[in-house]
Write a protein that binds this ligand. Structure first.
Ligand SMILES: [Zn+2]
Length: 235
């Protein structure tokens, strides 16, 4: 080992002692090969392992709006590691969770030999006021990393939200659908004729918001294709 590498390794060891990397879920000190999550917390998370065009999420959403694919990485676990990861991403600025989720997505797509030719990856847009308050869109790092992996453009200004809808959490499915209908717009739909959009979101519960996004795209760009990917799904 070269002197420089030895020095670098020693420096890293000192850093790890002074500022140990901790599991984002349980707080245990991470081993060098672990990334954000310890082995125990990682193994507590349930991958859906969904077939992207035939699964409960796809069947639920595609009954309402025509979709090519719809899938999610993990089953949502109330009070579990998946919920905690997404909470830290959304409310504590932990965008490194987005990178980790993009890594999971790449592995999942590779394992399924699933390599569709998306043209654009777009997030469920936040209303500008909400984004300003939060300081970021929690999908940015996730979307940018997915874009890099798949050689696809990640665009946050293709689909916009122009109505700041009230919180969805205490509403029924019908109320949620009503609440977000007509909240979205594509400012230049003629640019996207025939393109395939992958809409990404953190957690899909009823799916009302993502349905409204997909409906907007198909209404404004009738020959577009739409697919959906979420970090987690509530079944
Ligand atoms: Zn842990």
């Amino acid at each position: 080992m070269s002197l420089l590498r030895l020095f670098k390794r020693g420096y890293q060891d000192v850093l790890n002692i002074l500022y140990p990397r901790l599991c984002i879920n349980c707080g245990r000190v991470l081993y060098p090969h672990e990334d954000l999550l310890c082995h125990h917390c990682l193994s507590s998370m349930t991958l859906t392992n969904f077939n992207p065009s035939d699964n409960p999420l796809y069947n639920r959403l595609a009954a309402i709006v025509p979709l090519q694919y719809a899938t999610a990485l993990f089953l949502f676990d109330q009070h579990g590691a998946v919920q905690n990861l997404i909470h830290r991403l959304k409310y504590q600025g932990r965008q490194d969770v987005g990178k980790l989720m993009a890594d999971f997505t790449k592995n999942y797509f590779d394992e399924k030999s699933f390599h569709p030719a998306f043209d654009y990856i777009i997030p469920v847009p936040l209303h500008p006021e909400k984004q300003k308050k939060r300081g970021y869109n929690q999908m940015t790092v996730f979307g940018e990393n997915l874009g890099n992996y798949f050689g696809v453009i990640y665009g946050e200004n293709i689909l916009l939200r122009y109505i700041n809808t009230s919180s969805q959490t205490k509403k029924t499915a019908a109320q949620r659908r009503q609440n977000v209908a007509g909240a979205f717009v594509i400012p230049n739909p003629e640019k996207y004729s025939g393109k395939h959009f992958l809409i990404i979101d953190d957690v899909i519960t009823t799916g009302a918001t993502i349905e409204a996004c997909a409906e907007t795209i198909i209404k404004q760009v009738p020959d577009a294709k739409v697919s959906v990917l979420a970090m987690a799904v509530v079944l």
